[in-house]
Design a protein around this ligand. Structure first.
Ligand code: XMP
Length: 517
């Protein structure tokens, strides 16, 4: 049985678009629930969910390509409004009996389009405005019952509409910011076309989750690996609400954490939230395992393996535990079910505990698997967590080990910790911390000559890395004012022994990555 917010919500069908998560998020920003499903979803299942509307996403293929995702044309007769975007429009055109022209020429970038007046989809949008296109094929012959409602110079049918069935198709991408009225068009589709209600709130989510967890876990105990980051913290606080003492959190100090992190986590959980927390000190074990290792991938694998061992040893000591809680988020769920099967190449081995539950016979609880990151932050705020915690920047699982280039030693970690603390302190005071996705220090074992007082120095380098990003997938280097960089540099060189040079990283992602290793 579909939940109320699902019935009030929109079903997004993912035909392999790079923007599918963006579409789902834009809908939720309007407080309407959205779910993403692969093209294998059946018309019967859609009937059961009974969403208010359906969006067909774009996709990289042509509707006539071999292996291109198709769909049961019965979807057009469900009486549910549909909006097809790019590939989605072409697919509707094909299913409804129209003609799609495969053209060798790609239309890419900003294009001015003229919109039909008084169409509900374009309500409040200038009759002539900029859209963002990225396509090769286009609708050449309209299917029966459809009419053209937008035109551009290169694309005579830039949008179509079937008034009887409330089916729309747009050749451009309303979900990207470059389409001037895009946000408004999606809003029009949700409220003017589909009649959605704004029922998706974090309070309603928490209420529903609390009863779900109660039902799933029963009277058993749950173990959770706490990292101190936003996801695992929110997960712990939410579970704690239901389970109290039956939730056991394990926090592994791997010696690769930021300055004051262990104390901060203890303070928050033991004193404020009164949560069952076990801090395991495994610093020596991790540093021993990392001795002499310089290759980034080897470092990541060693840390992942050591973490699993330490976690497992400690988890086994907890009797009656049947579940392992994980802070999996919706983007991971979407990626794992994607038509093209998720990311194609491993750029970096990410640290996770995915292998644990099966190996140890645990069942999984993943209370955040329906949420995007910004929604997790909102749930945290709703649960009463302070902003310093809910708005915390991401920190990689392998910790400072991937921010010490070359071999990881205790001495290098100490230098990095001190420098990184200064960078964060200045960023917070100068009101930059919450405006960047991440800002941190990287230790470079590059020695250079300096002069301090009258003395020659020959010491290491710290790089300041600061980026802006929406989801960590792409990023730009943050334009930090010179005086702020100057203050960071002065304080680091004066206060951190072993560092005599500070540099600023101005690479974007791609082609760089955010972390150096
Ligand atoms: P990169 O360096 O790949 O990082 O551009 C993208 C984002 O992911 C974070 N990151 C990680 N997060 N485990 C994590 O949980 C990891 O192993 C890991 N490696 C990188 C990184 O901080 C950035 O926000």
């Amino acid at each position: 049985m579909a939940q109320k917010h699902e019935r009030e919500g929109i079903l997004v069908i993912d035909f392999g678009s790079q923007y599918v998560q963006l579409i789902a998020r834009r809908i939720r920003e309007n407080r309407v629930h959205s779910v993403v499903e692969p093209p294998s979803i059946t018309v019967n299942k859609i009937k059961k969910i009974a969403p208010r509307g359906i969006i067909f996403s774009g996709g990289p293929l042509s509707v006539y390509d071999k292996g291109a995702p198709a769909f049961d044309k019965g979807v057009l007769d469900l009486g549910i409004p549909i909006l097809g975007i790019c590939y989605g429009m072409q697919l509707i055109g094909k299913l409804a009996g129209g003609g799609i022209r495969k053209s060798g020429k790609r239309e890419y970038g900003r294009t001015v389009a003229r919109f039909e007046r008084r169409n509900p989809l374009f309500d409040g949008i200038a009759p002539k405005s900029v859209t963002w296109m990225s396509h090769r094929d286009k609708v050449e012959r309209l299917p029966e019952g459809f009419r053209t409602i937008a035109r551009s110079e290169n694309t005579p049918c830039a949008a179509f509409f079937n008034p009887e069935k409330d089916i729309y198709g747009v050749q451009f991408h309303p979900e990207v910011v470059h389409t001037a009225g895009g946000e408004k068009m999606l809003e029009n589709f949700l409220f003017k076309v589909c009649g959605c209600k704004r029922t998706w709130t974090m309070r309603s989510f928490i209420e529903k989750k609390v009863s779900d967890i109660r039902e799933r876990v029963g009277d058993r105990d749950v173990i959770l690996g706490l990292s101190g980051g936003v996801d695992s913290t929110v997960c712990a606080v939410l579970l704690n609400k239901v389970l109290g003492k039956r939730l056991h959190c394990i926090f592994v100090n791997n010696g690769l954490l930021r300055q004051g992190e262990v104390e901060r986590v203890e303070q928050l959980f033991k004193k404020n939230i009164k949560l069952g927390l076990k801090v395991v000190d495994a610093e020596e074990r991790f540093l021993e395992a990392l001795k002499g290792v310089t290759d980034p991938e080897k470092k990541r694998k060693i840390i992942g393996r050591t973490f699993i061992k330490v976690f497992e040893e400690n988890a086994r000591k907890i009797k009656n535990a049947a579940f392992l809680a994980q802070g999996t988020l919706y983007p991971d769920v979407i990626e794992s079910q994607s038509f093209f099967g998720g990311p194609s190449e491993t750029i970096k081995s990410h640290h996770n505990v995915g292998g644990l539950p099966r190996k140890m016979g645990f069942k999984l609880v993943e209370p955040l698997r329906d949420l995007f990151k910004d929604e997790v932050r909102k749930v945290g705020a709703e649960l009463g967590l302070p902003k310093e915690l809910t708005e915390r920047q991401p920190f990689p699982g392998p910790g400072l080990a991937v921010r010490v280039v070359g071999e990881v030693t205790k001495e290098r970690l100490e230098m990095l910790r001190a420098a990184d603390w200064i960078i964060i302190d200045v960023a917070k005071k100068k009101n930059i911390y919450y405006k960047t996705w991440q800002i941190f220090g990287v230790f470079l074992p590059v020695k250079s000559v300096g002069v301090m007082g009258d003395r020659r120095t020959y010491e290491n380098t710290i790089a300041i890395r600061a980026v802006t990003s929406v989801d960590g997938m792409t990023a730009d280097w943050a334009r930090i004012p010179y005086e702020v960089l100057g203050e960071m540099s002065n304080r680091i060189i004066n206060q951190v022994e072993g560092i005599n040079r500070v540099v600023f990283d101005i690479s974007s992602k791609p082609p760089g990555t955010i972390e150096w290793e």
